[in-house]
Design a protein around this ligand. Structure first.
Ligand code: MG
Length: 211
């Protein structure tokens, strides 16, 4: 394996950022208190997201998935997967959100991604219980730890937000939109700006066929 693509889910594969909307919808009071603290970086994502999720009743989990299922995918994702299949390059989904959310949006398409790394929830008790295989110091899913599991020459990252910053800094090539692009500017890390997955497919097609 020489190349691999790491792709964020929330606000990247989905058009809208769904996870924060879910936290706000299902735990409004705690979200109002903790989300601004996380944005201000006075509270880590690991602590804040865990605390909010673990305040949500397990009985709401079905409703969370139904809410997520309606979220549209950003155009070109299937076409990017077709292209990567043809090139023999795997795509790994790396999400700080819930695995179930990724699965309902991808549907049958999840068979076509190499792996999904996300937060797992246990619904056996009255409140959700959170588990992550890649818990970092500040993140519930430390995306760089996921990347380290794949020893590959060329790591390509696709993302949209702060939670993709470390992944972007670590990658050999980054596709950034929205806030991720601004953060990468601050770190003077070069990136390719993208709007939809057709942009990414077209860029890779051009760059791999000329290289
Ligand atoms: Mg995102």
């Amino acid at each position: 394996m020489q190349r691999i693509v790491f792709c964020d889910f929330d606000g990247t594969i989905t058009v809208e950022e769904t996870f924060v909307a879910i936290l706000k919808k299902f735990a409004p009071e705690l979200s109002a208190k903790l989300i601004p603290e996380m944005y201000a970086q006075r509270l880590t994502l690991r602590e804040g997201v865990r605390e909010i999720l673990q305040s949500i009743p397990s009985s709401s989990y079905g409703e969370i998935l139904e809410f997520t299922r309606k979220q549209p995918m950003r155009p070109g994702f299937l076409e990017l997967l077709d292209f990567l299949d043809f090139q023999g390059v795997p795509l790994v989904v790396v999400s700080g959100g819930l695995r179930g959310m990724v699965q309902v949006v991808l549907g049958a398409t999840q068979q076509r991604v190499h792996a999904i790394h996300a937060v797992d929830v246990d619904t056996t008790n009255s409140l959700l219980k959170v588990h992550s295989d890649y818990e970092g110091e500040t993140e519930l899913v430390a995306k760089v730890q996921v990347m380290a599991e794949y020893p590959v020459n060329e790591k390509i990252a696709i993302g949209d937000s702060l939670t993709d910053l470390n992944m972007g800094l670590e990658a050999s090539l980054v596709f950034a939109r929205d806030r991720l692009a601004e953060y990468l500017n601050q770190y003077q890390k070069s990136y390719i700006h993208w709007n939809d997955f057709f942009d990414i497919r077209d860029y890779l097609l051009k760059s791999w066929s000329s290289g």
